[in-house]
Write a protein that binds this ligand. Structure first.
Ligand code: SAH
Length: 221
């Protein structure tokens, strides 16, 4: 299956960059993310996602938190501001560097590391909560089970993984691959309990109304 290629604007000068979005059997490569982080990524809204602010306000986010695929760290930093021990990992050094700079400017304590989510087991510690804003939908079919195994190594028993991804309700085919409820249930069918999968919005920089998504709460048994 060939890759789907779409143009996006990555900076205020309206430069057009052609980017590859993943198909079922192609993940989004580091080259793609590296080039997008040279400008302003369309997903980087410069503030936390509403869905995560609401979860925090509802008291659903408990204890220490790891943000997987944290980008420039807005969600992790929001949780640090609200008293959580917060870590973020991402495989793009430029994203982690920006996250560290923003945390320093804001006088926030948050730990950011360059790491592939398929190597989470090397992190050497566990968390009460893991959050994911737009990471799972970048993974190929082959990577999903590897990611879920790795996730299990960094989450305490009874800990919760929250995942925000683009759903099949999003029309057209621009943007990341769509993830269905059935696919989420399939990925987390053994050793996990799905608490809920709710319709949610994934906010973006290019479209203020955001994309149709799923917000999932999944506990490690
Ligand atoms: N959570 C951030 C970024 C979402 S975009 C936000 O809400 O703004 C998806 C992010 O996942 C990108 O920053 C990308 O670099 C990262 N990513 C994708 N695959 C990854 C992998 N295998 N390991 C670590 N990070 C990954």
């Amino acid at each position: 299956m060939s890759k789907r290629i779409f143009p996006i604007t990555t900076d205020k000068k309206q430069c057009i960059t052609f980017i590859y979005f993943p198909t079922n059997h192609h993940s989004m490569e580091t080259d793609f993310f590296e080039s997008v982080y040279q400008g302003e990524p369309p997903w980087d809204i410069g503030r936390p996602q509403q869905a995560y602010m609401q979860l925090e306000q509802a008291g659903e986010i408990v204890g220490s938190v790891l943000d997987v695929g944290c980008g420039t760290g807005e969600n992790a930093m929001y949780l640090a501001e609200h008293g959580h021990e917060a870590w973020g990992i991402d495989f793009i050094p430029a994203a982690i560097q920006k996250a560290r700079e923003k945390a320093a400017q804001r006088h926030l304590t948050a730990t950011f590391r360059v790491l592939n989510v398929l190597a989470l087991h090397t992190l050497g510690r566990t968390f009460d909560t893991v959050i994911d804003s737009g990471l799972f939908h970048t993974l190929s079919d082959e990577e999903r089970p590897l990611f879920v195994d790795n996730l299990g190594t960094v989450l305490n028993r009874g800990g919760v993984y929250f995942m925000l991804c683009v759903s099949e309700a999003e029309p057209g085919d621009y943007g990341p691959r769509r993830v269905t409820q059935a696919e989420i249930r399939e990925s987390f069918k053994e050793g996990w309990r799905i608490n809920y999968i709710r319709p949610a919005t994934l906010e973006g920089r290019l479209r203020p109304s955001g994309a149709h998504g799923w917000l999932s709460s999944i506990s490690k048994e």
